[in-house]
Write a protein that binds this ligand. Structure first.
Ligand SMILES: [Zn+2]
Length: 168
């Protein structure tokens, strides 16, 4: 499977988040051609601000491998990771990150800061950006458009409060 194939699996995760009323971000971890971790944003469901797709996928991969070192692993995320998840990529020793849409307001890879390619950290992550970018951005735009429409009729107001991420 190529990068786009794995990104489609991450998009399937994003759809699961969407179905729960969560901001649709999905991630998978691939190692040796196999998906060993999957995650989708569950911040509202779990009332946990750290329950991001990437972090959940990395935790599952480490659990499955029985090792916190994910050497050789590739994380696919539909959205450019935030500082917390970018930090986790370094901590879990992930070899490569492939992401879809950039996050101009919170991205910690190319947009706001670069956490994963700091020469002074003991581990650096290779980056491939913009894989299935259109699809990855579209699902977010659709979510926020629908959220705004519902908001006008007074529904899902609580969700809006939690949804800091706005991609126009
Ligand atoms: Zn994150």
């Amino acid at each position: 499977m190529d990068h786009a194939g794995y990104m489609r699996a991450a998009l399937v995760e994003a759809e699961k988040a969407c179905a729960l009323g969560e901001v649709p971000v999905g991630a998978v971890v691939a190692l040796d051609g196999e998906i060993i971790g999957r995650g989708h944003n569950l911040r509202e469901t779990l009332k946990d601000s750290s329950a991001h797709a990437e972090l959940l996928a990395l935790r599952e991969a480490a659990r499955r491998l029985g090792d916190w070192r994910l050497n050789g692993a590739i994380l696919y995320s539909t959205l450019e990771p935030c500082p917390m998840c970018a930090g986790a990529l370094v901590q879990f020793r992930v070899t490569k990150l492939v992401y879809g849409a950039a996050d101009p307001k919170a991205g910690a890879i190319d947009s706001v800061i670069d956490v994963v390619r700091q020469p002074r950290f003991n581990h650096r992550v290779e980056v491939v950006a913009g894989v299935l970018e259109e699809e990855c951005r579209h699902i977010l735009q659709k979510f926020f458009r629908e959220l705004r429409e519902k908001k006008t009729v007074g529904e899902m107001a609580e969700l809006v409060e939690g949804a800091r991420l706005e991609i126009e």
